[in-house]
Design a protein around this ligand. Structure first.
Ligand code: DOR
Length: 425
């Protein structure tokens, strides 16, 4: 297979490149990346005028629900949704049933992925057994089984001594520690952001302090242990000055947010819309603005989906009983492109946040368009508009507040695993 992608905007953060040019791919490898490539041999040409050509996205925050909750999602359907979203590598969170706190579960996920996955899957294992925050798991054995990092995502490791020991222990194995920053003593029973809407709707609120206190504690522990920590799905304005302080102090950390935190506000839940129930909760317009500015400043430098599928069984019920979370694999790119449209990020910076930095967090070599690299290429129309209908959603679950809303920006073609995928819908 020889393919020549012509006259696209080539954006590759691994080489700091952003230019209009051609990309030549042969037998699944990048053979040329130049302003103009002319070849005499037979070649399949893809015209990419006005389209963007990027390495595949790397999403480090995905819930695939397998094993244990396959009615919501499984490895096959979740990775298919990822493919359609331009995500060719993803890390899956360990709050499965049973949780991924043993080498057996890690291996099971990898075996299933080998059989079924459409994209590369990296399992993240638990920090503590059964995510109970008490007893640390066996990091060495988990890593040997194939775990790429550790996290109790869905829960914060509430006990600071356990977290400190986990950081020190993880250092021995060079495993990234990913923290779900939420002080449960403050957020317990909470449904939505604490404030005007929680009072109006009569729902228990989740205060901003639940996130801020968790972030500060984690940063202090990272400082003391000199161990890198990744702060997942940040949602509040209040944490930003502490991130700035941590950068100045040289604390080893990275921070992540998700498209819903820079796109939506708590107003979405006004009609008790369970599709907008998510944890951490959607916040206020001031928070949305602050998150965008933090991305611009580079204090938050990873964007992930936090793809959290739930079926109607968990969503079409009373607000208090509904599970938090929304799917996000196919909205990650179109919603993130708004940051470019609104002038917060350049296309290259956005690509850094979606490809290069998440790869660095996981400690893997980032997908690249360098000559000789394996071809993991996505071709994107950043301008195409469409309605995000159930038919377009590849995920088993359709729980998204963006359902039937207009999206802008679409993955058109993918060149991956020696194949060309035409993603028309
Ligand atoms: O909204 C959420 N859903 N936040 C989390 O941290 C976990 C996730 C899930 O697993 O459903």
């Amino acid at each position: 297979m020889r393919v020549l992608v012509k006259k696209g905007r080539i954006i590759d953060p691994s080489q700091n490149l952003d230019f209009v040019g051609d990309l030549l791919i042969e037998e699944g490898k990048i053979l040329g990346i130049e302003k103009n490539i002319e070849i005499k041999e037979k070649v399949e040409v893809i015209e990419a005028k006005d389209l963007w050509i990027l390495p595949g996205l790397v999403d480090i925050h995905v819930h695939l629900r397998e094993p244990g909750e396959e009615w919501k999602e499984d490895i096959e359907t979740g990775t298919k949704a990822a493919l359609y979203g331009g995500i060719l590598r993803l890390a899956c969170m360990p709050n499965t049933k049973p949780p991924n706190d043993s080498p057996e579960v890690t291996k099971y996920i990898l075996e299933r992925a080998l059989e079924k996955a459409h994209v590369k899957v990296y399992p993240i294992a638990c920090i503590t057994k059964n995510q109970e925050g008490k007893e640390i798991t066996e990091f060495g054995r988990l890593k040997k089984a194939g775990a790429i990092g550790i996290s109790d995502d869905g829960k914060w490791v509430q006990n600071s001594d356990v977290m400190k020991r986990a950081l020190l222990y993880a250092k021995n194995f060079d495993l990234p520690v990913i923290s779900h920053c939420e002080d449960i003593n403050l957020s317990k029973g909470g449904q939505i952001n604490e404030g005007y809407f929680s009072a109006k709707l009569g729902l228990k609120g989740i205060p901003v302090s639940a996130e801020t206190i968790a972030v500060i504690r984690d940063l202090i522990l990272a400082k003391e242990t000199k161990k890198f920590i990744h702060l997942a799905h940040l949602s509040t304005k209040e944490v930003i000055p502490f991130l700035r302080w941590a950068k100045e102090e040289g604390i080893p950390f990275t921070a992540e947010t998700c498209p819903h935190y820079f796109t939506l506000t708590e107003k979405e839940v006004e009609n008790y819309n369970t599709l907008a129930k998510v944890n951490p909760p959607l916040r206020t317009q001031k928070d949305v603005e602050a998150i965008k500015l933090a991305l611009k400043e580079g204090l938050i430098e990873v964007i992930a989906s936090d793809h959290a599928p739930h079926s109607p069984l968990e969503k079409e019920i009373e607000f208090e009983l509904a599970s938090p979370g929304m799917i996000g694999l196919q909205t990650l790119l179109p919603l993130s492109l708004n940051l470019v449209r609104e002038g917060y990020l350049t296309p290259l910076k956005l690509a850094e946040y979606l490809i290069l930095n998440p790869s660095k967090v996981l400690g893997i070599e980032a997908p690249s368009l360098k000559k000789g690299s394996l071809a993991e290429v996505i071709i994107v129309d950043p301008e195409e508009e469409y309605i995000f209908t159930e038919e377009i959603i590849q995920s088993k679950s359709k729980n998204t507040p963006f359902l039937n809303k207009k999206l802008k920006g679409r993955v058109k073609k993918i060149i991956f695993n020696k194949k060309i995928f035409d993603l028309s819908f």
